[in-house]
Ligand binder design. Structure first.
Ligand SMILES: C[S@@+](CC[C@H](N)C(=O)[O-])C[C@H]1O[C@@H](n2cnc3c(N)ncnc32)[C@H](O)[C@@H]1O
Length: 216
């Protein structure tokens, strides 16, 4: 079968601990499969925020604890990260995180007319540093169209990367786009660096941050 999207991630499964494996048995209690599922849960919340590629979910979890009025949707294909997140959700008994455990483009691509997200965050998308792999990078013009379709009017898009040439590429793609414009309002609150931001910093790389706003 030909895939509609070129994989933008490295591995899905990786090494999974016994605890993560156990937590994953409850995945269906926390997962959403469609945008209708999100709308169903949204009735109890004021806003909805999507984080794509949450990794170990340190940022997503911190945000959810501190903003109980916001429904957070986290998308990740990396099963051990999903297992860790479920363990934390159960420990703190919070109800404002739902998980899409697959390639986010599958969820966004089925959207016809729902503008659901107040904000979308992508922290350190896989960099695919080799030139022959650049086509696998998540941020490109087609992906912006998918995002634009699902973000509310004036909604925000935050992207960070610790790879200078991906940063240039993100800037160019967004500069050429008629769908988003640069915004001075940084809506993201961070308690600490994520695992990949920290790794980038430890390896001497700068972290580039971009904040955009949806244009109509
Ligand atoms: C470099 S890691 C960054 C993880 C985390 N945001 C951080 O900063 O530590 C990128 C993550 O994005 C996930 N990812 C890549 N493409 C994705 C997609 N299309 N949908 C959902 N997650 C994706 C990968 O599985 C990986 O865990």
């Amino acid at each position: 079968m030909r895939l509609k999207f070129l994989p933008s991630f490295v591995k899905r499964r990786g090494r999974i601990t016994n605890n993560q494996e156990e937590n994953l048995k409850s995945l269906s209690d926390y997962s959403i499969n469609t945008l209708d599922d999100i709308e169903f849960h949204l009735s109890k919340f004021l806003h909805c925020c999507l984080e794509i590629g949450f990794g170990n979910a340190e940022h997503l979890f911190f945000q959810a604890i501190n903003n109980p009025e916001v429904l957070f949707i986290g998308s990740e294909v990396y099963m051990s990260g999903i297992g860790t997140l479920i363990g934390n959700i159960q420990k703190e008994e919070i109800s404002n995180i739902k998980i899409f455990p697959d390639d986010i483009r599958i969820l966004l691509d089925e959207n016809k007319d729902k503008q659901i997200f107040d904000a979308v965050k992508i922290i350190c998308p896989d960099p695919w540093p080799k030139e022959r792999h650049h086509k696998r990078r998540l941020i490109n013009a087609d992906f912006l169209k998918l995002l634009h379709n699902s973000i509310k009017a004036d909604g925000n898009l935050y992207i960070s990367t610790d790879w200078a040439d991906y940063a240039e590429n993100i800037k160019e793609t967004l500069d050429q786009s008629t769908l988003f414009e640069s915004s001075k309002d940084f809506f993201i609150q961070k308690e600490s660096l994520t695992k990949f931001e920290q790794r980038g910093k430890d390896e001497g790389r700068e972290i580039f941050e971009f904040n955009f706003q949806k244009k109509d």
